[in-house]
Design a protein around this ligand. Structure first.
Ligand code: ATP
Ligand code: MG
Ligand code: MG
Length: 549
């Protein structure tokens, strides 16, 4: 990897190790809530948590933060595990915050006994009304001074399911005048008669994030608990619970969440796109999910490289989608075999080449990789070429085909255009040319040169494929920050399906996940929907940054 200076988290870890804190042990965790598929922001967090631990000889736990029964699902648990492993990381332990429900309950009882928690009968609105504002102190709840005995009984009754949803809460007794709103007697438990994906109907009370997260970190002896900036104001509460309970002192550190241009990252919004059929599923290649990037042809290493290049910031910003594209393009340039595919075909007939004759020409698989070798491509007198490679009235400097113009057919001959046919609608159907036999690539005389080279396929030999071209999902850089409904900003042209493109014959058997460069057209991957004889290709990325201003 590239040389760079230490980021602030690495500095913290190195200082802790130097001071002998936790005997130099480093244990991080990645704590997804299983309420959706992981997105590229999560990938950033995964690379950070696992990468930091790896660098300092430590480990990382995968902890499902499954304290909210309503939105969670085992489908998401499975996809999360698959995505982390695909990215190239392996957790030390697979854990569930829900496995700590009993321990968390006991912690809450302990806080009640110490006089640091009470049961409040106030409604959410009443609690909000007494909360105060950032500049004005709040007021004590009328239930704040209940006795320990009464609180213990009421809390036990809450657990036993005696009360309906939202009838009572358990609150930490801290300071209603704290300048930090999170310290104004935050709610620790709420009543929710809901089925949980792991604990079933065992619980009718569920801990709030602030009471569950830090205590879960502590139970696992996490040394460095890394989260995003919005949790900075939660940190005093994180520390307060640990202190009052006198349990293992995990510490929270914050970095800026990753935002990517032209997409949204909130799982709630991504779920809407899926549920409303705006995309074809969580792994629709236009989505910013890890599953979508995988399907689109991104490699794990390109995403890790991206995460590394983005770095660790302490201030929120939006990263250019172009950086992610740069990372995959750079990698595929070295690794992807070059092949020919014609996406918008018209015929080219070489009138000087005998009809019915064929010859096998040598094609280089990858000029960036000498070990990639060669393959044969079949040449004949009737070829498919791209419609855009011919112009009826070519301007100066059009170095492709037009009557009287010459071009090289890749791996083959230089041809000169002699004419063309049009259909009744005025569309060009067939272009005619003659070839220069001594210009054959690799042969004597092949030093002859022309300015342009185009790709082609022998019409009698080419196979067909469906090709899917993707563009950014939104029309604006920051759809999440725009006014109104973010769905109004969807790019209507984010998916173009070419039902019948032509490909080299061997590509008809490409296996899902196989990657290629279609010469001049971009990098493509065989889609999961590909079947033998009915291939489907996704464009991973174009060859050049077509969005550059
Ligand atoms: P969302 O708002 O999309 O639901 P979340 O933060 O609620 O995101 P979690 O499943 O709780 O999603 O996230 C798991 C971990 O990934 C957390 O530690 C969280 O901080 C981190 N994470 C989530 N989104 C990003 C992001 N955009 N950039 C960096 N880290 C992120
Ligand atoms: Mg979360
Ligand atoms: Mg969330």
């Amino acid at each position: 990897s590239e040389e760079r200076s230490l980021n602030f988290l690495e500095q913290i870890v190195e200082e802790d190790i130097a001071k002998g804190i936790n005997s130099g042990r480093v244990l991080t965790r990645f704590p997804p809530e299983p309420n959706g598929y992981l997105h590229i922001g999560h990938a950033k967090s995964i690379c950070l948590n696992f990468g930091l631990a790896q660098k300092y000889g430590g480990q990382t736990n995968l902890r499902f933060d499954d304290t909210n029964p309503v939105t969670e699902d085992t489908e998401y648990v499975d996809s999360i595990k698959e995505d982390i492993q695909w990215l190239g990381f392996q957790w030390a332990k697979e854990l569930y915050a829900s496995d700590y429900f009993e321990q968390l309950y006991q912690y809450a009882v302990e806080l009640i006994k110490k006089g640091f928690a009470y049961v409040d009968d106030s409604s959410a609105a009443e609690i909000a009304a007494l909360k105060g504002t950032p500049t004005e102190p709040g007021k004590d709840s009328p239930y704040r001074n209940r006795s320990v005995e009464e609180n213990l009984q009421l809390f036990a009754d809450m657990r036993a399911g005696k009360y309906p949803d939202a009838a009572k809460t358990l609150r930490a007794k801290i300071d209603m005048a704290s300048p930090n709103m999170h310290m104004r007697d935050p709610i620790m438990y709420r009543i929710k008669h809901a089925h949980h994906h792991r604990t079933g109907d065992a619980w009718s009370i569920y801990p709030m994030y602030d009471f569950a997260h830090g205590q879960s970190d502590s139970i696992e002896n996490i040394t460095h608990s890394i989260c995003t900036l919005e949790f900075i104001p939660h940190r005093p509460l994180y520390d307060w619970f640990i202190q009052q309970l006198d349990i293992f002192p995990s510490h929270q550190y914050e970095f800026a969440r990753l935002n990517l241009s032209y997409t949204v990252m909130s799982k709630r919004k991504l779920l809407q796109l899926v549920n409303e059929g705006i995309v074809r599923g969580w792994d629709d290649p236009r989505m910013p999910t890890i599953a979508a990037f995988r399907r689109r042809g991104y490699t794990p290493s390109s995403i890790r490289t991206f995460a590394e290049r983005v770095g660790i910031q302490k201030r929120d910003n939006i990263i250019e989608l172009g950086l992610l594209e740069f990372c995959i393009r750079e990698e595929l340039n070295k690794t992807a075999p070059r092949v020919m595919a014609v996406l918008d075909p018209i015929k080219l007939v070489i009138t000087s080449y005998p009809e019915g004759q064929t010859e096998e020409l040598q094609a280089e698989n990858n000029p960036e990789d000498a070990a990639a070798g060669h393959r044969n491509v079949t040449f004949s007198n009737t070829l498919w070429i791209e419609r855009e490679d011919f112009m009826e009235n070519p301007p100066k400097k059009f170095f492709r085909l037009g009557v009287g113009l010459k071009v090289r057919l890749k791996y083959a001959y230089i041809v000169e255009c002699t004419g063309f046919d049009k259909d009744e609608n005025g569309n060009v159907t067939t272009v005619y040319a003659t070839h220069i036999p001594e210009s054959k690539s690799g042969a004597e005389g092949s030093a002859m040169s022309v300015k342009g080279t185009i790709h082609w396929l022998s019409a009698a030999h080419a196979k067909t494929a469906e090709v899917r071209l993707y563009d950014r999902l939104f029309t604006v850089e920051n759809p999440a920050g725009a006014e109104g409904d973010f769905k109004d900003l969807i790019n209507p042209n984010s998916l173009e399906i070419i039902e019948k493109a032509y490909i080299e014959p061997f590509l008809a058997d490409a296996k899902p996940g196989e990657r290629f460069q279609f010469l001049r057209k971009g990098y493509f991957v065989a889609d999961v929907e590909s079947t033998p004889g009915k291939p489907v290709f996704n464009r991973t990325v174009t060859l050049k940054d077509t969005w550059a201003k």
